[in-house]
Design a protein around this ligand. Structure first.
Ligand SMILES: [Zn+2]
Length: 383
């Protein structure tokens, strides 16, 4: 929402959020005392700083891709960038390396830009500019020095051990070698929340941006714990057992009027289209509503349905089904066993199972999971 595509690198869309424009204006204003020249300098500096952020996110993304984890996109916000990974890393080692790759890029940039400045303007001029920072004239050497400093800040700041920041992920990965993934997530989230409170207090006195980041960390740490619990629950249930035999299904010659009638009375977001027990297509709630408007109530479901669906074997855990949904970007996955179509799994089935397991006292001390489970199917891990 409110973002548009800037570029596409290694198959990854790089998006910019609309509010980002404001940051460029602010950047220009910071150097406004130097006139037009200063304003242009400020805008360029801001753009290059966010180019560093983009390279940081690409660092995470490329290592993730190397581990076979799809990267959906990178979006730049005023407080930083977010790379959305299609699924979570399989092992703690993978999480560790993906997390380290981002700050590592900034460390490399510190040395490359620093060396470039020293080579072009001499070591002394560069050191001078590094000490003066923003009080210096808007020159190229100031630009390089400021970028060296901001990359150093990016590297150090992101390594604060507060989940879901990079340092927090490193901490969790290391802890999980000693105490298992679940306990490691809990301990890391606790540390993150303590640090977030401190960061918030610092922000109130020094920098309002820090308060925003503190809130982001506090909320994000909770989401990590939640996500980890849901993962574990879904891992313990076979996909076949999650299929709801009462989920409505359509025939290819069902009309859109029939379909609209069914979906106004139920909560499912996707429906199987069957012909003699065989899956021939899937229609989503959005497909049906749009088509009913465009084509009228008497058009057939067959003309609207999608003819391909992500498929999962009934014996595979529900967590695998969720991965397939994430990867495909579809709100459903078809469950088959021995060539037989059993039914669809949608967000509704995932939530139902998670709630049922939580109520059954899946884990007594998981008080935050019950009674409300908010489960976003598109839930990806953000970096
Ligand atoms: Zn990062």
């Amino acid at each position: 929402m409110w973002s548009w595509r800037l570029a596409r690198v290694f198959g990854i869309d790089i998006n910019v959020h609309l509010s980002f424009l404001l940051v460029i204006v602010l950047g220009a204003m910071q150097w406004g005392s130097f006139g037009v020249e200063g304003a242009v300098f400020g805008a360029v500096l801001t753009l290059l700083t966010f180019a560093s952020v983009t390279l940081h996110e690409l660092g995470h993304s490329l290592v993730a891709q190397a581990f076979g984890i799809p990267v959906k996109d990178i979006t730049l916000y005023p407080i930083g960038g977010v790379a959305r990974l299609g699924k979570r890393p399989k092992t703690a080692g993978q999480e560790l390396l993906i997390a380290l790759a981002g700050p590592a890029v900034n460390v490399v940039l510190v040395f490359v830009l620093g060396a470039l400045g020293a080579w072009a303007f001499g070591l002394e001029a560069m050191q001078h500019a590094l000490q003066l920072g923003r009080t210096e004239d808007p020159t190229v050497v100031t630009l390089l020095a400021t970028l060296v400093l901001s990359n150093a800040v990016l590297a150090v700041f992101n390594m604060i051990p507060a989940l879901p920041m990079d340092g927090g992920r490193v901490l969790r990965a290391v802890l999980s070698w000693f105490m298992g993934a679940q306990q490691a997530t809990r301990v890391s989230a606790f540390i993150a929340r303590v640090l977030a409170v401190g960061l918030f207090a610092l922000g109130v006195f020094y920098n309002p941006m820090l308060t925003l980041i503190a809130v982001f960390v506090f909320v994000g740490a909770g989401q990590e714990v939640q996500e980890q619990k849901i993962s574990r629950i879904l891992d313990g249930v076979q996909s076949a057992d999650a299929v709801d035999p009462w989920a409505p299904r359509f025939a290819p010659d069902s009309t859109l009027a029939d379909a609209v009638n069914v979906l106004t009375r139920t909560n499912w977001d996707a429906f199987a289209v069957e012909h003699f027990g065989r899956l021939v297509g899937v229609v989503t709630r959005a497909d049906v509503l749009k088509a009913a408007q465009d084509q009228g109530p008497y058009a057939y479901v067959a003309g609207v349905m999608r003819r391909t669906a992500p498929v999962v074997d009934g014996r595979e855990p529900l967590e695998a089904a969720r991965f397939k949904m994430n990867e495909s970007g579809e709100p459903f996955v078809a469950v088959v066993r021995d060539g037989l179509f059993l039914g669809l799994i949608t967000e509704l089935e995932l939530v139902t199972v998670a709630e049922r397991m939580a109520k059954a006292g899946f884990q007594r001390n998981d008080a935050t999971l019950a009674p409300e489970v908010s489960l976003e199917v598109g839930k990806r891990s953000n970096w």
